[in-house]
Design a protein around this ligand. Structure first.
Ligand code: S3P
Length: 216
């Protein structure tokens, strides 16, 4: 079920084709042209990505997963697979409360499983129980984004029932700010930054914190 470190076609925030074509973080070539095995990392505990819609939680988690060779999973995708229907349909049929109940159940399930990078929906922090689950099981990375930048990154806001227009997005971000800040162990500003540099920075931070460690 996990989105393992497989390349995704496009979709990474703020990344031009030139940036995408840049060499990877690690240069595995040994002198003489031989290629060494890429460093393999392990996660000591799950890493949860939080932040408003369009912050790049899924893109950064996927990029980091590819760089470090660890597993990543998107909670919304997991919910859609579990329920066999789209998030927008769950909102239509069960309302936000119904969606939040499923979100908590599946977050709990993923948090207790093998450590991986877990990108959460923008509203996951609203529930005290969700914040407790994240704090108990892992490390929480908050990706900051402005409403304007979020809107520019989301091509189809109809897939996000709670996005609304720019003014509403701005209002919701402000309402949620205390929850994001309360839940966060690590805060990263995504303004004007592409997926790759963010993932690279995070890799260094998680290594320093002993959350990502090199097996060999
Ligand atoms: C939501 C964000 C969405 C999704 C749902 C509700 C929110 O996830 O979980 O539409 O309340 O902010 P993304 O943040 O991945 O878009």
């Amino acid at each position: 079920m996990a989105d393992t470190a497989t390349p995704q076609p496009g979709g990474d925030i703020g990344e031009t084709p030139q940036q995408a074509a840049q060499p990877p973080v690690f240069d595995f070539r040994k002198p003489g042209g031989a290629v060494a095995a890429p460093p393999a990392y392990e996660l000591a505990k799950p890493v949860f990505f939080i932040g408003f819609m369009g912050a790049g939680k899924t893109s950064v988690a996927r990029k980091l997963a590819r760089m470090a060779g660890v597993a990543s999973i998107d909670l919304d995708t997991y919910i859609e697979r579990h329920c066999d229907c789209k998030i927008s349909q769950i909102f239509e049929e069960s309302g936000e409360a119904g969606f939040r109940a499923i979100e908590t159940e599946l977050l709990r399930h993923l948090a207790g499983g093998e450590p991986r990078l877990i990108s959460c929906g923008g509203g996951a922090v609203l529930s005290q129980e969700n914040r407790r689950i994240m704090a108990q099981h892992g490390c929480v990375v908050y990706l900051q984004v402005t409403a304007a930048e979020a809107a520019s990154r989301i091509s189809d806001t109809s897939t996000r029932p709670l996005f609304g227009d720019l003014a509403q997005a701005q209002r919701v971000i402000e309402e949620r700010l205390p929850y994001y800040e309360d839940a966060a162990d690590i805060v990263m500003d995504t303004a004007g930054r592409g997926t790759a540099p963010l993932a690279r920075d995070l890799l260094h931070i998680l290594k320093k914190e002993g959350i990502l460690w090199q097996r060999r």
